[in-house]
Design a binder for this molecule. Structure first.
Ligand code: ADP
Length: 741
């Protein structure tokens, strides 16, 4: 066996070791069932030597009895269908010794592992397993669950030490539960460096959920081939020999047998149930399968619990993000929503301080490093390229050296870049948390140069407990925290773009308002000029004192009328501007009641026996009741007013509901309006030419139009002089109006 070198340690092809553990033997055939590989130790089990078998067809050799032959071929079929996943086995007896034959199909070869069927255990596995599973699942606390699992596995396989070994994110492991015999010291809480179980070994633990090293002191049995065959891939073989580095590692620990069961969480290797025995102890296939079952149940229990925990955190984070989102919806600046509230950016994640760098300005909250440092950090982040627009580390100083001077508030950092092309960030800082990690021996591997001058590496042989003071490190950032940060980033980005749009809309409205103000001031100056001129001329006449008392009185009366008219106009202007400013208090309005009341009031005030007001369909409208009343009061009032000379004077109101809107038509048989004035009548103080003999100010329709605009509705008309008019008003149905507010 070649010397393991530093080069080949991480790359050591441990799946093709060329040998197997010698407590069993192996035969491998190709797809034509010709024997291509055989372990040389077959001669200790059967009266055959390996080279004699090579090149023969499986059917030509008579090692299997009739029954086994049938079983073998049915298993081959099964292995074919399962394409290597899941192991099949059957029992076979040779020279009064019982064997389990485990069949695998991998890389165009069927591999048969022959291993002893007799375990050292005399127990009723079935009952034991049943009891174990209910025992394991009886506790909902994760620590107790893991300890339970360790004790139950210990009962099944009767090993000296059973540990639950959890992999941390950086690959190093920690003993998180343990069951052991009294005579040995506890390893609970000890950490093991990632190099103790290299990456490729961890990959194999994902494929083979159980792994037995039956006796570290036994000599492996080499595989014999015809010399032409490539090394056999033993990934799936239960007998696969162990890496010499690992054997030495176990020997250094004083371990004679090692057994492990993988604990998986959503396809990832969460950890191992690692078992050690200080004397060789073989565990047969059935017992291993039972332990595997316990491992699988434990895996699902852990996955379930972690998922539950994740969900719990996710709910908390969602509420945090929602709170900030509510601030973002307020009419305040984005930085105010994130920073200047009782509940702010730093409260979204478990941290002491946070910062928001937006539009070249830094905003901070809580315990953060000084600004000079943050600006340098931002510059460093700008130059860094990172996937998904975030940087997250509990050890910032490893990547950004300056951070080591800010350990008290910036040992850990989570930074989210706001946009791909924007150097704007949300930053969360975490302080240093000093802790002591108890390592099982110094984490370095020992490198030596051998006599040929090749640098080689031997597994560590010191397992003396060694404490390491962990510094410049914060609490780790969890996946659910990153998710929360990213979802907040989306909300903030959304708010920023919404505010930009709002600003555009506000600008647009401002422009409209200016334009309106222009007409407004023109109209006011123009329309108020008439009564003012009247007042002035009459006042001058009175001043001259040329008139007798009677005339003076009549002029004073005209002055009074003039001021009344001005007052009325001013009131109307106020009403108009009020309609523009008032906030909508929307609800579903019972139109039938509203229209009936209006009808009644109009009939009373018109005092016209010829007048008929008919209310037909009256579907409900979603809007501000006072304003809607103003709309119908104006339109029906006009209809009554401008048809009062018709005999009979007919006014009708009806509403039609469609998918998106409700349209009301207010019809009369009055004087009508010339087509060229259908638009102008909606302007302030504008009146159609024919309406001079009717009382009015020309403000009503402009108020109606404003109210409709506020309701996201429309107004239009159909009218001809002498033929009457129909005014149509449309209102959006509930949903769209709801969005509007
Ligand atoms: P006014 O106080 O003059 O009625 P409005 O703003 O309500 O003011 O209406 C503006 C003008 O539109 C009216 O002066 C009138 O010329 C015309 N008008 C409104 N409604 C009718 C109608 N039903 N029939 C004929 N003309 C109408």
């Amino acid at each position: 066996m070649s010397e393991p070198t530093l080069d080949n340690c991480e790359n050591e092809p441990i799946h093709i070791p060329g040998s197997i553990q010698s407590h069993g033997f192996l035969i491998a055939v190709d797809e034509a069932f010709t024997i291509r590989y055989c372990s040389e130790n077959i001669r200790f089990f059967l009266d055959i030597s390996a080279p004699d078998l090579l090149g023969k067809k499986l059917s030509e050799i008579d090692i299997f009895d009739q029954k086994s032959n049938e079983q073998l071929f049915s298993l081959i079929n099964l292995a074919d269908n399962q394409n290597g996943s899941g192991q099949q086995h059957f029992r076979q007896t040779f020279n009064d010794r019982h064997f389990n034959v485990v069949v695998n199909f991998h890389h165009k070869h069927y591999t048969f592992d022959f291993e002893p069927a007799d375990g050292g255990l005399e127990q009723d596995i079935q009952t034991l397993i049943g009891r174990s599973l209910s025992e394991i699942l009886s506790d909902s606390n994760l620590n107790r669950l893991l300890n339970n699992a360790a004790s139950q596995i210990k009962k099944i396989i009767e090993y000296d030490r059973v540990m639950v070994y959890k992999f941390h994110d950086d690959g190093h492991g920690e003993v998180v539960a343990e069951a052991k015999i009294d005579e040995i010291e506890s390893w609970m809480g000890l950490h093991y460096p990632a190099s103790d179980i290299p990456k490729q070994a961890r990959e194999l633990y994902k494929i083979n959920l159980v792994r037995l090293i039956a006796d570290v002191h036994s000599t492996p049995a080499a595989l014999v081939t015809d010399g032409k065959a490539v090394p056999l891939d033993l990934t799936h073989s239960t007998l696969r020999a162990v890496s010499p580095i690992h054997i030495q590692y176990l020997k250094n620990m004083g371990v004679a047998s090692s057994f492990s069961v993988s604990i998986m969480d959503h396809g990832k290797l969460w950890g191992l149930i690692a078992c050690h025995n200080y004397t060789p102890r073989f565990i047969n296939f059935r017992e291993r399968e039972s332990a595997k079952l316990v491992g699988q149940v434990l895996s699902s229990a852990i996955s379930f619990r972690e998922q539950e925990e994740d969900q719990h955190h996710a709910v908390g984070h969602r509420q945090a993000v929602e709170t900030i989102t509510r601030y973002l919806l307020r009419n305040i600046a984005v930085e105010d929503a994130l920073i200047n509230q009782d509940y702010n950016l730093k409260d979204v994640l478990d941290c002491k301080g946070a910062a928001f760098y937006f539009e070249n300005t830094l905003h901070v909250t809580g315990d953060v490093p000084d600004e000079e440092f943050i600006y340098k950090l931002i510059k460093w982040l700008d130059e860094k390229t990172y996937a998904d627009g975030y940087y997250m580390s509990p050890r910032l100083s490893e990547d950004f050296d300056l951070a080591k001077h800010h350990r008290l508030n910036a040992s850990g950092l989570l930074a989210c870049r706001m946009g791909k092309d924007l150097n704007e960030y949300m930053l969360w800082f975490r302080p240093e948390v000093k802790s002591t990690v108890k390592w099982a021996g110094k984490p370095e591997k020992i490198q030596q140069v051998n006599e040929k001058g090749i640098l080689h590496i031997s597994p560590r042989n010191s397992f003396q407990e060694w404490s390491e003071q962990v510094e410049l490190t914060s609490l780790a950032w969890k996946k659910h925290e990153l998710d929360a940060a990213l979802s907040l980033r989306d909300e903030v980005n959304y708010a920023i773009s919404r505010k930009a749009t709002e600003l555009r809309i506000i600008n647009e409205k401002l422009r409209e308002a200016y334009a309106e103000l222009d007409t407004f001031s023109y109209t006011i100056s123009h329309d108020l000029k008439n009564p003012l001129a009247t007042i002035r001329s009459y006042a001058q006449l009175i001043k001259r004192g040329l008139m007798d008392t009677e005339k003076n009185i009549s002029m004073a009366e005209r002055i009074e009328k003039g001021t009344e008219k001005m007052q009325a106009m001013i009131d109307e202007v106020l009403a108009y501007s009020k309609a523009g400013q008032a906030r909508l208090e929307t609800k579903a309005i019972n139109m039938q009641r509203l229209l009936e009341e209006l009808r009644h009031d109009l009939l009373v005030s018109a005092n016209n026996p010829n007048l008929k007001i008919e209310i037909k369909e009256s579907p409900e409208i979603y809007g501000d009741e006072m304003m809607i009343l103003q709309v119908f009061s104006n339109l029906m009032g006009n209809a009554v007013k401008y048809s009062k000379k018709s005999v009979p004077s007919l006014v009708s109101v009806t509403g039609i509901k469609s998918d998106n809107e409700v349209v009301y038509a207010i019809e009369d048989n009055g004087i009508g309006i010339p087509k060229d004035q259908h638009t102008s009548i909606f302007e302030l103080f504008a009146r159609a030419t024919a309406s001079n003999e009717f009382e009015g100010s020309g403000v009503g329709l402009s108020i109606v139009k404003r109210i409709l605009e506020k309701h996201n509705g429309n107004i239009w008309l159909d009218s001809q002089p002498g033929r009457g008019s129909v005014f149509f008003v449309s209102f959006k149905r509930y949903d769209s109006l709801h969005q509007l507010n």
